[in-house]
Design a protein around this ligand. Sequence first.
Ligand SMILES: NC(=O)C1=CN([C@@H]2O[C@H](COP(=O)(O)OP(=O)(O)OC[C@H]3O[C@@H](n4cnc5c(N)ncnc54)[C@H](OP(=O)(O)O)[C@@H]3O)[C@@H](O)[C@H]2O)C=CC1
Ligand SMILES: O=C(O)[C@@H]1CCC=N1
Length: 268
Amino acid sequence: MKIVFYGAGNMASAIFIGMIENHVVKPEQIYLTSRSQQEKIMFFKENLGVNVSYDDTELLDGADYVILASKPQSFPDVAKRIRPHLEKKTKIVSVMAGTQIKTIRRELRTENPIARIMPNTNAMVQHSVNGITYSRNFPDKDQLVELMESFGTTVVIEEDVMHNITAATGSGSAFLYFIYEKYAESLVELGFDEEEALFLTRNLVIGAGKMVEDSELPFSQLRKNITSKNGTTEAGLNALDGESIKKILTATLNAAANRSEELSKDDE
Ligand SMILES: NC(=O)C1=CN([C@@H]2O[C@H](COP(=O)(O)OP(=O)(O)OC[C@H]3O[C@@H](n4cnc5c(N)ncnc54)[C@H](OP(=O)(O)O)[C@@H]3O)[C@@H](O)[C@H]2O)C=CC1
Ligand SMILES: O=C(O)[C@@H]1CCC=N1
């Protein structure tokens, strides 16, 4: 199998590192190209053993999958590179937020099968949540799902649900990291120095994540297990306004989903 990544940035590298670490593909089956940052992708060649090329004929010759992993705004340039060399057998898989299948088809001027996936950078540790939607003519869906499950779990969705998945899990980790950042800042307010605050927050988050992974209990029960009657947790939770937090998070997710929708309209 030959998998070619147009773009080798944060998201693409999380995917191919996840795939390689999970041994579903061999490094020599992966080809990388970028716009200009040769040094960065040479690092992957030297450290992972993947192929690197800026020759589109060589890249696309016999490719089974082309992964579109540039920013949506760079896609017209990427499409120009791919268009003249695309073979009929090549399946297109886009990770670009907001770029619709019909836009990809139009820019590439192709009838080839197209899938859109919405992973997240947790792919690097094989814990991405991947939304996936296909064009009607997409064959071997199971093969693509198998590839994607090497770096996470997959949910098949209709294309119009992509906006919400992009907000919920594509961007979602960034929202959680932001909350952790603020937690660490609050520990500094409490009196810890910055280094201590980061150390404590980091280990707290790792432990809580492992509890979520290992335990069957819902979040609410995990919380209750920490909360003694009239104890410190209860005092803290009483100061936390759950409804306000929910409002803030709902506004956050709506803003992200709306931006995905805007991106999809930019190129109509
Ligand atoms: N980051 C994330 O968490 C997620 C991102 N996505 C999607 O993934 C895509 C990439 O995001 P991200 O990885 O963060 O972005 P990065 O900026 O990290 O990477 C973009 C990559 O695209 C390359 N590129 C730009 N123009 C071209 C071109 N003409 N030919 C070939 N390669 C090109 C860049 O090359 P160079 O470095 O040389 O400029 C770079 O390697 C976006 O569309 C985003 O919506 C989806 C889910 C999550
Ligand atoms: O911020 C973005 O647009 C991309 C899509 C999801 C995560 N990062």
